[in-house]
Design a protein around this ligand. Structure first.
Ligand SMILES: C[S@@+](CC[C@H](N)C(=O)[O-])C[C@H]1O[C@@H](n2cnc3c(N)ncnc32)[C@H](O)[C@@H]1O
Length: 261
């Protein structure tokens, strides 16, 4: 009667006492079938977050679907760094490749006066991001725009007006893609993962675009993949000053912060 896995502490007590108290209850067949279908999904590699439809990011519960990348803990570093960069009372920020909206929503929570633009090439991802903003009563703080890189900003007259551009872009190369774990490779959107030019394609197009939209002294904060520090830093030309590089908990350089000169 005990489940075939180890659970300890208070949770174990609750589970075991529930099972003892309901030992003679008969489970409805439809409940058993739904549960077995979920177990089968998981056994085929479906990430638990796509089964529950939820993931936490900086203490915020977010909806996730297979249309978006599951927010990763290291991406919280982008939010920390962006918060260090903005000093004005009503900053303008852009989250490029917003996906689930995790970064934009977390920034809007911390900076209620900010004007935030969240851009993605994927319409279905933007729908998830909008729901997450609404779930946290932040729909009025974030403008969601569909398009390639910063091109959707053209109609907003924002050249040289943005304080900070943040991005966790796709950065997995074609070569590295087959080495990803099954949960990622088979279930998360390829548009969120893969980038041409050895994983550097988005950085190489974004950096010059970011320069035209940032104020002098504004910041670009980007997440980078394993071993990409030197290549991404080399893409920053003379118009930039490298401010810092943040390592993640595994001591891997993970976030590059650069200031427009
Ligand atoms: C690595 S995911 C990041 C999602 C989310 N910001 C996060 O950190 O969890 C990259 C996102 O960039 C979007 N994307 C890919 N290419 C793009 C492009 N050319 N322009 C705008 N968004 C793009 C993808 O659809 C995806 O949502």
């Amino acid at each position: 009667m005990y489940p075939p896995f180890q659970i300890r502490g208070r949770v174990a007590l609750i589970v075991y006492s529930y099972l003892l108290a309901h030992y003679h209850d008969k489970l409805d067949d439809s409940v058993v079938c739904s549960f077995l279908a979920l177990v089968q999904d998981r056994s085929q590699g479906k990430p638990i977050q796509f089964i529950t439809g939820r993931q936490e990011f900086r203490g915020l519960e977010l909806e996730v679907t297979p249309d978006v990348l599951i927010p990763r803990p290291e991406t919280e570093l982008i939010v920390e760094e962006a918060l260090r960069c903005v000093s004005t009372k009503q900053p303008v920020l852009v989250d490029l490749g917003t996906g689930s909206g995790c970064i934009a929503v977390a920034l809007a929570v911390e900076l209620p006066q900010a004007r935030i633009f969240a851009v993605d090439l994927s319409g279905p991802a933007l729908e998830v991001a909008k729901k997450n903003a609404s779930r946290h009563s932040l729909s009025g703080n974030i403008h969601f725009l569909k398009g390639d890189l910063l091109s959707p900003l053209q109609t907003f007259n924002l050249e040289e007006k943005i304080d900070c551009i943040v991005s966790n872009p796709p950065y997995v190369s074609e070569n590295d893609f087959p080495k990803l774990q099954r949960e990622v490779r088979q279930w998360e959107p390829k548009l969120a993962l893969l980038a041409a030019n050895n994983g550097l394609e988005i950085y190489s197009r974004l950096i010059p675009q970011a320069r035209s939209y940032l104020k002098a002294g504004g910041y670009l904060v980007v997440e980078i993949g394993f071993n990409m520090r030197d290549e991404v830093c080399a893409l920053l030309g003379p118009g930039w000053q490298l401010s810092r590089i943040r390592e993640d908990l595994n001591r891997i350089p993970r976030v590059v912060v650069a200031q427009k000169l």
